[in-house]
Design a protein around this ligand. Structure first.
Ligand code: FES
Length: 192
């Protein structure tokens, strides 16, 4: 069970509530589903269990973080000082640093909008509903989903990563936008 970052039983209770979620990708429906999920206090508590590493686990440890509204629809986060994954549960955003690049993802699985798990042992995201898997940069690996994780437009300003919540790229609809939706780690923050 070392590779389960969250309380699986609590998560499954949330998934049962999502079983009737439509398969369409309308953003309003997506956000409503996740908000329902995120209001579940048991799940929020379960997410917090991902804050602390256990002995012998992989190096990429998920953390919780809070963004700051930076105006014009952008949310600012500190630039991660090492490779890893952080979750802003209020804004439903995952911030990731991997191989010199910074990413921001929508929290939910592109298939049927279930909140994704970060599997520390394998350095992969995994959907608890149908087990689609994704790399740390959001690339699809396997499962029922048909595209990578949805990426937000991001840019670096000073020591902050700015996430544009009005620009969310789907890999299948806008592959060029999706491929370009990252920011290089600035040289002053390269050490990991
Ligand atoms: S909801 Fe089906 S793979 Fe994620």
């Amino acid at each position: 069970m070392d590779d389960e970052p969250y309380d699986v039983k609590a998560f499954e209770r949330a998934q049962a509530a999502n079983d009737d979620a439509p398969d369409a990708c309308a953003s309003c429906a997506m956000r409503a589903t996740r908000r329902d999920f995120l209001r579940d206090g048991a799940i929020a508590a379960a997410l917090m269990l991902g804050l602390w590493p256990r002995r012998g686990q992989a190096t990429m440890i998920p953390r919780l973080l809070s963004g700051v509204l930076a105006g014009s629809g952008e949310i600012a986060y500190p630039i991660p000082d090492s490779d890893g994954v952080s979750i802003d549960r209020k804004e439903e955003i995952i911030v990731a640093r991997s191989h010199g690049r910074l990413y921001a993802f929508y929290l939910s699985c592109p298939h049927q909008h279930t909140a994704l798990h970060w599997i520390r042992k394998h350095d992969e995201f995994e959907c608890p509903k149908h087990h689609s898997k994704y790399k740390p940069d959001g690339e699809f690996i396997s499962g029922r989903a048909t595209r990578g994780m949805d990426r937000y437009a991001v840019r670096v300003q000073g020591n902050q990563l700015l996430v544009d919540i009005n620009k969310l790229y789907r890999q299948d609809k806008d592959p060029g936008g999706w491929n370009g939706a990252y920011a290089p780690v600035p040289s002053v923050a390269v050490a990991s």
